[in-house]
Design a protein around this ligand. Sequence first.
Ligand SMILES: N[C@@H](CCC(=O)N[C@@H](CS)C(=O)NCC(=O)O)C(=O)O
Length: 267
Amino acid sequence: MQLYHHPFSLDSQKVRLALEEKGIDYTSYHVNPITGKNLNSSLFRMNPSARLPVFQNGAHIIFNTIEIIQYIERIAVVSSGADDMSFSSREVVEWMHKIQEWNPKFFTLSHISAKYRLYVSKFIRRVVIARMTESPDLAGAYHCKLKEAYETEDKLKNPEVVKRSKEHLIRLLDEVETKLKETSYLAGEEFSLADVMLIPVVARLVLLDLGDEYISCRPKIAAYWNLVQRRPSYKKVIGKYFHGWRKHKTLIKTWCFIRIRSMLRKY
Ligand SMILES: N[C@@H](CCC(=O)N[C@@H](CS)C(=O)NCC(=O)O)C(=O)O
């Protein structure tokens, strides 16, 4: 099994947490979407949306995050052979969908300084054009990506888009806070795939330095955040790249790559 993913991608984090929690072995391929590696023709041919993660098991390729996680769960249940290992309850699945409905894209981008955002967006557009020249047979799909990049910039100029995303997030967090008043984890006393979906959302808020605004004011989520950060899966998938000073290292590495490639005009 292969997973094409990146620590920056929130959906990749969800899938990797599921793999770690279920103890499934896989071959990991890092594909950095900020440096446009998701646009390389080999991956783009398999997945013309260029979105991450992509999960491959032989001829079976899955792009949808929830479908990937449910597939991982099926593998874990089948390979355990144990009677006591069951599938997620309806409540867990409902939470998974509820969390997945919140798209972090515009919210995240709106919290990144325009200087960096526009520089990266320009770099990615140039990568698209370079890849299109190399693989003219994929020109149609690359054009769609180019259009998407311009549309993203336009949408970010519309305060309504960002406001709606923020309101959606607040509704979700309020609902989570209410639930965590009753149970230690999102869908009960046991850690579940609902938590696998939630942890990257909380981690993203912390990464964007929004912990005070969104987490500290919700004491149950704050306590939950302290609890889940102790899990080995969290440390491996998120902590290793973003905990404390590590986030600077991770971000600077990508930023330097983009600056150097831009200077050399090597896309
Ligand atoms: N395939 C996912 C969505 C994946 C997604 O939006 N991935 C983002 C990162 S979390 C991405 O790859 N963005 C890069 C791009 O759109 O070029 C799903 O439908 O559940």
